[in-house]
Write a protein that binds this ligand. Structure first.
Ligand SMILES: NC(=O)c1ccc[n+]([C@@H]2O[C@H](COP(=O)([O-])OP(=O)(O)OC[C@H]3O[C@@H](n4cnc5c(N)ncnc54)[C@H](O)[C@@H]3O)[C@@H](O)[C@H]2O)c1
Ligand SMILES: [Zn+2]
Length: 356
């Protein structure tokens, strides 16, 4: 297969301090990976990292197409650890991957974070390509260069910035994604819509039979790209991408990580919109609209946890600033505002109002 035999993938260029990279978006784009590797001058030994679920679906056919080795790790966030990275180093060494080698992450955000962290550190860093397979990884995790692993003390506590050489977003991989994961990706796209693009706030877009979904992907990716280009190391404006996430991280933690991240983001968007109204920032219609959309997509709009437990969990958030709780609030759609002065009681009241 050559690039000329498949529909030419669309290309979005990302400017990063370490060098620019391209995101290729299009049906069957993954089949062009061998051409793309050559186009980008990646002639060294390539190794695909994937998980046990994705290996038979996409990993083995891709390894055959590229004539490369496949490293398969167990599926699940509980394996996003230094132990798994250590295993990746062992396998890369055993395969004879040298400084000219390239690691291809084929999977959701867990694989991207794990393989990216291994690529950032193995031999002080080798080339890295992202081939995201989950909706969340396509629109969020694969863009922006953040890679890393969890520690027993908390999620994503060890990591690095490692830009890929390129990213391949192939929507033809999405039909096998479970519905529960699909809606988690939708939560991050709705977040992007609330921050920047009102046209993404339509529940029909997130139907699995949406024939125009590639357009949704492109618009969501462009929003994340705009943020990471303006603020590659998350010094200021990129923090807006944490809309809904102060609530979400706390709910995930209180649930003992039985809530998926995207589910918690869905709830967090509803809570943030209510909080925005509670502090007098936006009209009452905004939280109503957010709740209707989040609910229509199938994401939770209520949670059963004790409000004080959720509020306490916010205090241990990695992204907290001292004792200050930082929230991204909304004046309106596409008018986010970062606030450090939200009264704790307002947060508790919102959580109480959303208790199931
Ligand atoms: N680096 C970043 O900037 C960033 C941003 C957001 C999230 N993340 C990280 O990403 C992770 C979450 O990513 P995720 O939601 O993709 O989870 P995931 O990687 O666990 O994937 C979710 C599930 O879907 C399966 N799957 C993925 N693609 C599939 C497909 N096409 N067909 C069938 N099954 C498929 C996976 O095997 C897995 O079981 C978290 O670890 C989070 O910390 C990182
Ligand atoms: Zn998120």
């Amino acid at each position: 297969m050559t690039l000329s035999e498949i529909p030419a993938p669309e290309r979005i260029d990302v400017q990063a301090p370490e060098g620019n990279y391209a995101i290729y978006i299009g049906a069957k784009a993954l089949k062009a990976l061998d051409v793309l590797l050559r186009l980008h001058g990646l002639g060294g030994k390539a190794v695909i990292v994937t998980n046990q679920t994705l290996a038979p679906l996409y990993g083995e056919p891709l390894a055959e197409l590229l004539g490369t080795a496949l490293i398969v790790v167990p599926d699940g966030e509980q394996h996003k650890t230094l132990e798994t990275v250590r295993r990746l180093y062992d396998e890369l060494l055993a395969l004879g991957v040298d400084r000219h080698g390239v690691v291809i992450a084929l999977g959701g955000g867990v694989i991207g974070d794990l393989a990216g962290f291994a690529a950032a550190t193995y031999l002080r860093g080798i080339a890295f390509v992202q081939a995201p397979t989950s909706l969340l990884a396509m629109v969020d995790a694969s863009i922006g260069g953040k890679v890393g692993v969890d520690l027993p003390q908390g999620k994503n506590l060890v990591g690095a910035f490692k830009q890929p050489v390129f990213v391949v977003v192939d929507p033809t991989l999405l039909p096998t994604l479970p519905d529960s994961e699909w809606i988690c990706g939708a939560a991050e796209i709705i977040k992007a819509g609330l921050l920047r693009d009102e046209s993404l706030l339509d529940a029909d877009l997130y139907r699995r039979d949406n024939k125009a979904f590639t357009d949704v992907l492109r618009r969501a990716i462009q929003i994340k790209v705009d943020y990471v280009q303006r603020d590659p190391y998350e010094q200021d404006i990129r923090a807006e991408l944490n809309l809904g996430h102060t609530f979400a991280h706390a709910v995930e933690r209180v649930s003992g990580y039985t809530w998926r991240h995207g589910e918690a983001v869905g709830f967090g968007l509803v809570a943030s919109a209510r909080l925005s109204h509670a502090v007098g920032l936006c009209a009452a219609s905004l939280p109503e609209r957010v709740e209707a959309l989040v609910g229509a997509v199938g994401l939770p709009t209520r949670c059963s946890f004790e409000p004080s437990a959720v509020r306490d969990a916010m205090r241990t958030d990695k992204k907290r600033h001292g004792e200050i709780m930082r929230f991204v609030l909304l004046r309106d759609v596409a008018q986010p505002e970062i606030r450090d002065d939200v009264p704790a009681q307002a947060v508790l009241d919102v959580l109480e109002s959303l208790r199931s």
